[in-house]
Write a protein that binds this ligand. Sequence first.
Ligand code: GLV
Length: 327
Amino acid sequence: MSTRGKPRILLMHYILDPGPAILAEAGEVVPYPPDRPLDEASIRQAAEGCTGIVSQLMDPIRETVLSTPGLKIVSNVAVGFDNIDVAAATANKVMVTNTPGVLDDATADFAFTLLMTTARRVVEADAFTRSGQFRGWEIDMMLGADVFGATLGLIGVGRIGRGVAHRAKGFNMRVLYYDPNPLPPDAEQQLGATRVDLGRLLAESDFVSVHVPLTQETHHLLSTPQYGQMKKTAILINTSRGPVVDEAALVEALNAKKIAGAGLDVYEREPAVHPGLVVLPNVVLAPHIASATTRTRSEMSAMAARNMATAVRGGRPPNLVNPEVKR
Ligand code: GLV
């Protein structure tokens, strides 16, 4: 608490309207100095005296930060919360919240965008056309992969994976999925999705799209042996978290032509991108923008601000990921 009695809220980065107004109503907003590095010690120093932190996915919120006296809540402006050590938060009785649901459609749209763009070589074609190389129609120019009627393998069928399956129906795709939690039979039927093991999914899919959270279990879920199981014509799409995919092994697999291409929105060491990816024409690279529509990012900002406001007023925020902290 500040001396004026209003709870202090550390705002790590700018958020969109109406988030700032919701936060200003709830407490005294303390912006994180933009020139300060994003390491644990610097964040801890800034968090002293704060009841809450509004964080984003590039902020390492771990024990050093979570043990700040008086800290009650960390509200992450993202659905993923692998940047936060939730076990340490729970041990320190700090609530952690995220922004589920509001970004599902934008993210599923973007996974499909990457799929189409990579399959039909849109980025290469654009560069080719802009650079004046288009000298007329040619029968074998920029040949790509068919999407309509192809087989799509979804790794993870949470809300976003299901959204991608839904879109795939319109493209008459055969949808396979791998997930430890089976979909209810009516959802499988509605989405036309068949549950298979990872090996079969990799062996049979023309497109493999990843939709799992980053955990110890999913770290490098796709590495050399998995790329070796995929079709030589297959395209990998990742809009989840970079470290689910072993990036160095992916570069090797692409160079060895074990798979045909990749569409990536996330990277192992963001914002760094593996130099081996940058030089490959059969790879489409986006800067972690799957949820970046004006409406979605605004809703994420509002949701994170409301989670914070509820918590600093002593309530139980709706999107609590560690409910054991606040019964
Ligand atoms: C973005 O990657 C998110 O987790 O919301």
